[in-house]
Design a protein around this ligand. Structure first.
Ligand code: S3P
Length: 175
């Protein structure tokens, strides 16, 4: 029997990966895997503490290991962390067993969505809007490499979910 593809969500912080992954899991009856949550659980500390106590490099190694592990599985909804795209090997591995979707949003929309949140070490900076703009720009070529692109700025979670299910079931619906 052919195994069921994973659905892998990429995108910048605040693009909607977690909300859409949860909705997809419910709609399709598939387990949802939050990469950051697994890393936190295994390390026994928050992502912020991993960054401050062990460094971003350490976090990226743990992230890479988890990608390799998840790429060997099937039938999962995987919400990646916003930086997983930075390593092309991650995209290659996840693409072997998964449908790859990148969620996008305009910078002001991202800013609004992350406004009240404090759990992202890369955004705990004095000038958050400037850092968001700068990182979005620097990462654009990496996000652009993902097969399917959905701009979530003006869509509800349900609408984004519908589009992804359409692609998953063989429709088109993106790019
Ligand atoms: C990161 C995004 C975060 C988390 C870590 C680094 C990034 O995940 O993995 O703080 O480099 O963009 P979310 O995109 O789920 O916030």
């Amino acid at each position: 029997m052919k195994s069921q593809k994973n659905i892998v969500l990429f995108g910048f912080m605040g693009a909607g990966k977690s909300a859409v992954a949860a909705a997809l899991g419910k709609r399709l009856g598939l387990p949802v895997v939050e990469m950051d949550a697994i890393i936190e659980e295994r390390e026994g500390i928050s992502i912020s503490r991993i960054f401050s106590e062990k460094g971003e490099g350490y976090f990226r190694i743990r992230e890479r290991e988890l990608v390799r592990e998840l790429s060997g599985k099937a039938g999962l909804i995987i919400a990646t962390g916003g930086g997983v795209v930075l390593d092309p090997d991650n995209i290659r591995d996840l693409g072997e067993t998964g449908l790859l979707i990148c969620l996008r949003a305009r910078p002001p929309v991202i800013m609004k969505r992350v406004e009240e949140e404090t759990h992202r070490p890369l955004l705990e900076v004095p000038d958050r809007p400037a850092v968001i703009r700068q990182k979005l720009e620097a990462r654009r070529p990496f996000y652009d490499r993902i097969d399917h692109q959905i701009d979530t700025s003006d869509l509800t979670v349900a609408e984004v979910t519908d589009r992804i299910i359409d692609i998953y079931r063989g429709g088109t619906g993106s790019r």
